[in-house]
Design a protein around this ligand. Structure first.
Ligand code: ZN
Length: 70
C-alpha cells in the first residue's frame, strides 16, 4: 500500500515496542523513546536477534496507540 514507514517495532527486554522510524537514526549513545514513552538506549534498536523477536511479547500500549492513530 505504502512504502512510507510510519513506525518500526523493536524487541527490547520487557517487550516489543514501536518507535518512530527516526529512532533508528539516533546516535547510538542517545536515548530513543517508544510510543508508550519507554526510554531505550538507541544502540538496542540495532542490536536485536531473531530470538528476541520470539521471546518478547508485543507491547499493548504501543499497539493501541498505533491503532488509534489510523
Ligand atoms: Zn511500548
Amino acid at each position: 500500500m505504502t512504502d512510507h514507514l510510519t513506525h518500526i517495532w523493536r524487541p527490547i527486554p520487557g517487550g516489543r515496542h514501536a518507535f518512530p522510524p527516526s529512532a533508528i537514526r539516533i546516535n547510538h549513545d542517545d536515548q530513543a523513546e517508544s510510543y508508550c514513552g519507554m526510554q531505550v538506549a538507541a544502540a538496542r534498536l540495532h542490536d536485536c536477534t531473531e530470538l528476541d523477536w520470539i521471546l518478547e511479547p508485543t507491547c499493548t500500549i504501543c499497539w493501541k496507540i498505533l491503532k488509534s492513530d489510523r
